[in-house]
Ligand binder design. Structure first.
Ligand code: AMP
Length: 307
């Protein structure tokens, strides 16, 4: 099954209690595409970078099977740059700087080869860009999933709501769900967000896992307790990549399959946080992946006999 990934391909500078990086490769679409590449082979990317971006990372994407026809490279311009600093518990962070650079004038062009993909993952990006991509599709994908963040809620809520109205699945974190809905209770937040358009809501809660809401049903996937969490950047995007990747691979958009998908998403994210940037997502073995998924099964499996 084919998948189109839209989002940032970016430079990040990250500070965690364990260390600090200068500019390293990041961006929502980088994480999503790499994670999804373990599930689907036909992946297309729509994004934009400046001519300051390392060719070696583009080669890594291509080697992972990601088609870069829809990646615009702007001569003489700078790539999107984000820097963030994590608090001691690694569950929350402050954005220190966001330089939109090439994103400021980004006009996405979906290549012919990607206009009829089966699955569309709108990674975190300006809502106007996400909307333009949806409008360029020749036929509606079987499933459109979307990720976003408080940054866009703060500066572009009306455009954001237009995109939210068109998608099947929305993935956001708990504070963003509260901001979007105006509700503190995540159950109430989900019900309000369903009225905005999506049928499925995934609420990410960092080291406390993720909740999957559908109508009145709710399912929980834990995050794997890891000995060392080094850098949580990209965990949400990696989660989204594993989630949509599994759904695209299985061609099954039922709620019960989405439960499996959030486990796969969580398993992929558990790799990302072990190293800075995208490093850990490259070159994973199928055995390594399977073992991680088994860790999740072991973590939550129990027998109770009710009298
Ligand atoms: P996550 O940790 O999953 O929320 O995603 C972190 C990634 O999101 C980083 O690699 C950043 O480059 C990217 N990012 C940060 N802010 C934005 C933004 N406003 N729009 C799009 N991507 C962003």
């Amino acid at each position: 099954m084919s998948l189109l990934v839209v989002g940032t391909v970016a430079f990040d500078a990250i500070e965690t209690p364990f260390g600090k990086t200068d500019k390293i490769v990041g961006g929502a679409a980088s994480y999503i595409a790499l994670a999804a590449s373990y599930f689907v082979k036909d992946i297309h990317l729509v994004s934009v970078i400046g001519d300051d971006f390392p060719q070696s990372f583009l080669n890594t994407l291509t080697a992972s099977g990601v088609n870069l026809e829809g990646l615009q490279i702007k001569k003489g311009e700078k790539s999107f740059f984000w820097s963030g600093k994590y608090h001691n518990d690694l569950n929350s962070r402050d954005t220190l700087e966001t330089q939109l650079n090439v994103l400021e004038t980004f006009n996405p062009v979906v290549p012919e080869s990607a206009k009829e993909v089966d699955f569309l993952m709108l990674g975190n990006l300006a809502p106007a860009v996400q909307l333009s991509v949806i409008n360029q599709m020749r036929k509606r994908p079987k499933l459109i999933a979307m990720d976003t963040m408080n940054f866009w809620m703060d500066i572009a809520m009306p455009e954001l709501l237009k995109v939210v109205a068109l998608v099947d699945v929305l993935t956001i974190n708990d504070s963003e769900a509260r901001q979007l809905s105006g509700e503190y209770s995540l159950v109430k937040a989900a019900q309000k967000i369903f009225k905005m358009g999506p049928k499925i809501l995934v609420i990410k809660k960092g080291e406390h896992g993720a909740l999957l809401f559908h109508k009145t049903e709710v399912f929980f996937a834990p995050a794997l307790p890891l000995e060392e969490v080094f850098d949580p950047t990209g965990a949400g995007d990696t989660f989204a990549g594993g989630f949509i990747g599994h759904i695209a691979k299985s061609e099954d958009i039922s709620f019960s399959n989405m439960k499996r998908a959030i486990i796969y998403g969580s398993a992929m994210a558990s790799f990302t946080v072990e190293k800075f940037g995208t490093e850990r997502l490259v070159g994973l073995s199928q055995t390594g992946l399977d073992e991680r998924v088994q860790d999740f099964i072991d973590l939550v499996q129990f027998d109770i006999q009710l009298a």
